[in-house]
Ligand binder design. Structure first.
Ligand code: ZN
Length: 702
């Protein structure tokens, strides 16, 4: 057709795409007019991303045509498309983590051969739009939070000053508040005249942001129209805003979650548990006083610490600045077990009011003593964790973690009471009672492990209770959680807000920090302990932003103070202040434990890297297992068992397995065997789920 007759800037005619034998798109036709924002909406695996990739020439097409202003661009190279004014903001951001923010942004203008002066002007324009990036220009992009990385991805696309912007799942993996910010920017761009094709799994967001929308299910176009009308059409909501599977009525609630996630207004809090510091200097002065007190207290109260400090040639009066921290010797879990049953004890027995223990997987348990002040301090900062998560005395807090010698239940309970909210101490397990309380007592906050949270979410959905419960928040801790696990937990519970809460028995227990209300990081209580990140091999402190082992030193813990205690948890300190406005410093969610890491054919692998890869593959469930074995020839094998997503057809198993194999190989440089098993067939547990099964001979070093 002649160029001038097409009303569309982008027109797709009868597009068909196959991945091997599997068909991903079935004759899809759509058009985007100049200046319009058009959304492409559908569940996981509906074919949305495939369509974008086909436009960008990233997947081969088996039929149909793609036109830009009436000229055929089918199969054009990414460079040709860039020259024609088409830019893609890819899913998962796909940034070059080692490059700085500035370098990543400048890459956006590179294929166009833009001159230096013009490039600088464009960079200025992008930074005006994203002031947060201006502060981070020289930082490696990998050190940024998820929301900030998405801004870099958007900014990079804008550097090309595109006429047509293709956006792939801009809110994926982002917390609601961060996603709001990204969508504000999308609105601004649309108002500025940029034509946008928006692919988004969160139907409510996509429809709110667009003028028209196309609905995609199982690779076929199943509806289209004005977004405003689609948003309120009850039948379409039921059918397409959910998981797009008619045989799963509960799924409609999933998409609706985005529409009904209303935040209740917080009552005014009369007390606060936040620290009183107004500047970083005040906080550091407090830390130095605490460090000096701790070293003297440990030296005088504990023969173990006295011996250690003397061996290192350190006397309490030698600690004059915070830098002196690095001169102190490390303490380890082995030290605690060696001194069983009362390790690190630095006060007389008559001052000890309680003990807690951690489940030792090897040898003796770690038992920790508490004075009354320790117990009070813990309750105080745990109340702070609730406060930061927006929990108020009006809330009803269902505590579904273990009570007894474990620190979990005791901590959640004490913090809740200190805050003044209503505690429902159910403990772990007992799903019937949990469901009964969620409905009858109208709990608004659920505290649990991540596995338990997912189990409860699935159980609530299975029993058809999603509309009958009142949960607003889930505070979960004590194990890693993947992006897909979080997404699923939140969706099944009607769009609840999730807060990851870290903790460690040696360091009081859970509640030593909490995920920020902006959901970009974990704030930790730097007025109670100092966090260092060290290289687990060399024990050298690492610069801010780098991943390593968390090492903690307490500032006022009496019964069992910690001096440079190696936690074995892997995280990183995120540099710079948080957008939520608190002075409290922040670390990333815990990536794993140094001892969870396994070696496979010479490659160090953290289970969380597998989580991340699987979370990014549409059509997969959130459960998986890694089985490691060794054959008679001494060669190691990895079998990855993954669940297909709920409602995903069994016919897609081969295609999914291929995708998993491909992505694992690309990211981890190892090739696993992959078995895709039916949804719900891998065990879920109320406690930490075991995911790594290492059946190789491990005693060969003995
Ligand atoms: Zn924050």
């Amino acid at each position: 057709m002649p160029a001038e007759t097409s009303p569309f800037l982008l027109e797709i005619q009868d597009l068909t795409v196959h991945y091997g034998a599997a068909q991903a798109l079935f004759g899809v036709s759509l058009g985007v007019r100049p200046g319009e924002t058009v959304a492409l909406v559908g569940a996981n695996g509906a074919g949305k991303s495939t369509l974008l990739k086909a436009v960008m020439g990233l997947v081969p097409i088996s039929g149909g045509r793609i036109l830009l202003e009436g000229r055929e661009i089918t199969g054009a190279s990414p460079a040709e498309l860039a020259a024609a004014g088409v830019a893609l903001v890819p899913e998962g951001r796909e940034m070059f983590g080692d490059l700085t923010v500035r370098e990543n942004l400048e890459l956006g203008a590179l294929p166009l051969g833009v001159g230096r002066r013009e490039r600088r002007a464009r960079l200025e324009a992008v930074l005006t739009r994203f002031p947060r990036l201006a502060e981070r220009l020289g930082q490696p992009t990998a050190t940024l939070s998820g929301g900030e990385q998405q801004m870099v991805a958007l900014g990079r696309a804008l550097m090309a000053q595109p006429r047509l912007l293709l956006m792939d799942e801009p809110s994926l993996g982002l917390a609601p508040l961060v996603a709001d910010e990204i969508f504000d920017i999308i609105h601004q761009l649309a108002r500025g005249g940029v034509t946008i094709l928006l692919v988004e799994q969160n139907a409510a967001r996509a429809l709110t942001a667009s003028r028209r929308a196309y609905l995609l299910a199982n690779g076929r176009l199943v509806g289209q129209g004005e977004s405003e009308r689609l948003l309120v059409d009850p039948e379409l909501r039921r059918a397409f805003l959910g998981a797009a599977s008619a045989d799963n009525p509960a799924a409609s609630r999933l998409g609706a979650a985005g529409l009904t996630n209303i935040r209740l207004v917080k009552p005014v809090m009369t007390t606060t548990f936040m620290p009183p510091f107004r500047t970083l200097e005040e906080l550091q002065a407090h830390q130095l006083a605490g460090l000096r007190w701790t070293v003297r207290h440990a030296y005088e109260g504990s023969p173990f610490y006295r011996e250690r400090l003397e061996a290192a040639g350190i006397r309490p009066e030698d600690i004059r600045s915070l830098e002196d921290l690095t001169r102190l010797p490390f303490t380890t879990g082995e030290d605690l077990r060696d001194q069983y049953p009362f390790p690190l004890r630095s006060v007389p027995f008559e001052q000890i009011v309680r003990i807690h223990a951690s489940s030792g997987t090897t040898g003796k348990r770690k038992i920790l003593c508490y004075t009354q002040k320790d117990v009070d301090d813990w309750a105080h900062f745990f109340a702070r964790a609730y406060e930061m998560a927006g929990v108020t005395p009006l809330d009803r807090v269902q505590i579904a973690v273990g009570y007894g010698v474990w620190t979990a239940g005791a901590g959640f309970q004490a913090g809740c009471e200190r805050l003044g909210a209503m505690a429902l101490p159910v403990g772990p397990g007992n799903i019937d009672l949990q469901c009964e309380f969620l409905v009858d007592l109208q709990s608004t906050v659920l505290c649990c492990t991540a596995s338990m949270g997912l189990l409860m979410a699935e159980e609530v959905a299975r029993r058809g209770l999603t509309d009958k419960i009142f949960l607003k928040k889930v505070i979960y801790g004590s194990e890693r959680s993947s992006v897909s696990m979080r997404r699923r937990m939140s969706e099944l519970l009607g769009g609840v807000e999730l807060f990851d809460i870290p903790g460690l028995t040696e360091l009081y227990g859970p509640g030593t920090g909490i995920e920020c209300p902006h959901h970009d990081c974990i704030h930790y209580w730097a007025d109670y302990y100092i966090l260092e990140i060290v290289d687990p091999e060399t024990l050298k402190p690492l610069p801010e932003g780098e991943w390593g082992e968390m090492v903690v030193t307490t500032l006022c813990k009496e019964a069992a103070p910690l001096i440079r205690y190696r936690t074995r948890d892997i995280s990183r300190i995120i540099p710079g202040p948080c957008t939520c406005g608190t002075l409290l410093p922040r670390h990333s969610r815990i990536l794993g434990r140094t001892d969870d890491m396994f070696k496979f054919r010479g490659v160090n692998i953290y289970p969380s890297s597998i989580d991340r890869i699987l979370s990014d593959i549409p059509g997969l469930g959130s459960e998986y297992q890694v089985h490691l074995s060794r054959d008679e020839g001494g060669r190691d094998h990895m079998l990855l068992k993954v669940e297909r997503g709920e409602g995903v057809e069994p016919g897609r198993v081969d295609e999914l397995a291929r995708e998993v194999r491909y992505r694992v190989k690309r990211k981890l440089l190892v090739t696993p065997e992959v078995e895709v098993v039916p949804y719900g067939s891998l065990p879920r547990s109320e406690r930490k789920s075991k995911r790594i099964f290492d059946e190789r001979i491990t005693d060969s070093v003995v």
